[in-house]
Design a protein around this ligand. Structure first.
Ligand code: GDG
Length: 461
């Protein structure tokens, strides 16, 4: 099984589900990278190399939705050190402005190198002569260079889904030059926003001997690497169509009824992650209920927090904090049958997401730092008419594009409370002017356009 187009990502886009009778099937997994790349893969075909989610288990490849699935195995120790450790307790906080403290451990770094080599070998084994290989995200930053050493014939692209930090923060990393050299193995390195590409190029200038000219790094006589921004997006038409299906409309009506037909609905949808600004957002909403600016008998704040990285310490603490915060607000401000916050710590099918986006008057997207944030775009695509309002943190990559959203600084609680109320109470004329502009942006900047731009440039650099 070989392919002329190969995507390499830490996780495969599918999760195994076993039903009550023991029957095994595969379901599309949640998360931004998969939402974005799955439609690209369905239209391009080829192979997706990644881990299938269960440690200490080797499984065979299979065909799924028009492309090949190529599993890479991880031991539980590797899962702990490479994935939970180096990827999610070192790189993730470091790359998100150190909003949590990054931990540096030499054994995690060894595991990261080791697993990156395994992914590079798996990609090398599956790629046709001269194939295009597209490596994804922060877990695999050493793969471009390792793969180039194994297969100089390949065209190698890399896309970073999360922010690339300022040099002052990145320089904390004891293995900073290894990571930069790893990325420089690619022909094209893509970032969510121009600032990420600039940060990267500044580091290359400061920390490597390679000359840089107009976004192009001359790594050797025969190889150079270009760094550029490619803001990622969603399958806008697909989301809009899903939101208009009769089953989705029926589900949204049921949801409304189940919530007690409130007059106003605020919504948040996030992976339960400390970068998403949940503590600050819930606190701001709690104060609005407390001060009587929002009436819990007519306003509901629905918050979905999809379980994520549940064995990493910082995520366990976050979960406890949120449980406590929500419990306190609901016990003080709620009455029988009217909790002001409906908080759900679980994942839902995409249709349910679309039904929620349909009924939300105000969508709250307030990360402390976010590469892009697809939820903001999904809301704009799914909410019917022009009456909804999107509140968006200035620290999300999406803020660069969705300029007509109600912008907030998530660290400024009073500022946020003011904007939440404005988004709710502004006259229809103001909200619809903003929403029309947002819809136009999201319908012209789609995931297809993102993939075409990246892959077009990769073919020509
Ligand atoms: C990373 C970057 C960047 C969430 N819960 C469920 C579910 N989701 C879906 C959402 C959305 C996606 O997951 C989340 O995407 P985001 O972009 O908001 O955030 P991350 O997961 O942190 O993604 C981010 C992204 O990569 C792409 O480059 O934008 O900045 O951090 O699509 O709808 N989907 C389903 N059930 C859930 O419970 N079906």
């Amino acid at each position: 099984m070989t392919a002329s187009f190969v995507v390499v990502a830490n996780r495969l886009p599918v999760d195994r589900v076993t039903d009550e009778s023991g029957e095994v099937s595969w379901r599309t997994s949640p998360g931004g990278l998969v939402t974005a790349l799955e439609p690209v893969m369905r239209s391009h075909g080829g192979a997706w190399v990644g881990w299938h989610g269960a440690p200490d288990e080797e499984i065979d490849g299979f065909h799924h939705d028009g492309y090949d699935i190529v599993p890479v195995a991880l031991s539980s120790q590797e899962h702990e050190e490479y994935y939970e450790g180096f990827s999610n307790a070192t790189l993730w906080p470091l790359y998100h402005d150190t909003v949590a403290f990054p931990e540096f451990h030499r054994e995690w770094w060894l595991a990261y190198q080791h697993v990156n080599r395994r992914f590079a070998e798996a990609a090398a084994a599956v790629a046709d002569e001269g194939a295009t290989v597209w490596v994804q995200d922060y877990q695999l930053q050493l793969v471009p260079r390792l793969l180039r050493e194994l297969r100089p014939d390949l065209r190698i692209g890399f896309f970073l889904h999360i922010p690339f930090p300022p040099t002052e923060l990145f320089s904390q990393l004891p293995w900073r030059t290894d990571i930069i050299e790893g990325l420089l193995g690619a022909d094209l390195v893509g970032f969510q926003v121009a600032g990420g590409a600039q940060n990267f190029l500044r580091l290359v200038r400061n920390r490597t001997p390679h000359p840089v000219e107009q976004g192009r790094v001359r790594v050797s006589d025969s190889h150079s690497c270009v760094a550029r921004a490619y803001p990622i997006s969603i399958d806008t038409a697909g989301f809009a169509a899903l939101a208009e299906e009769p089953e989705t409309i029926a589900e949204s009506e049921q949801l409304l009824a189940d919530l007690g037909n409130p007059k106003r609905i605020f919504l948040g949808v996030d992976r339960l992650d400390y970068t998403k600004g949940l503590r600050q957002r819930i606190r701001a909403m709690g104060e609005l209920f407390h001060e009587g600016k929002l009436d819990p008998t007519e306003t509901v704040y629905l918050q979905v927090a999809t379980p994520s990285r549940e064995r990493v310490g910082e995520y366990m603490r976050l979960r406890d904090d949120i449980d406590l915060l929500v419990g306190r607000i609901n016990s003080e401000m709620g009455s029988v049958g009217h909790p002001p916050i409906v908080y759900l710590h679980k994942g839902f099918p995409r249709r349910t997401m679309a039904a929620m986006y349909r009924i939300a008057d105000v969508m709250l997207v307030t990360p402390l730092r976010d590469g892009m944030n697809l939820v903001a775009k999904e809301y704009v695509a799914c909410h019917p008419g022009n009456g909804g309002a999107l509140v968006l943190s200035e620290f999300a990559g999406a803020a660069r594009e969705l300029r007509q959203a109600y912008s907030v600084n998530p660290y400024d609680l009073d500022g946020m409370k003011g904007v939440f109320m404005r988004a709710l109470n502004d006259p229809y004329r103001e909200r619809s002017k903003r929403m029309r502009a947002l819809k136009k942006q999201v319908s012209t900047h789609t995931i297809d356009r993102w993939a075409d731009n990246f892959l077009g440039d990769l073919a020509s650099v």
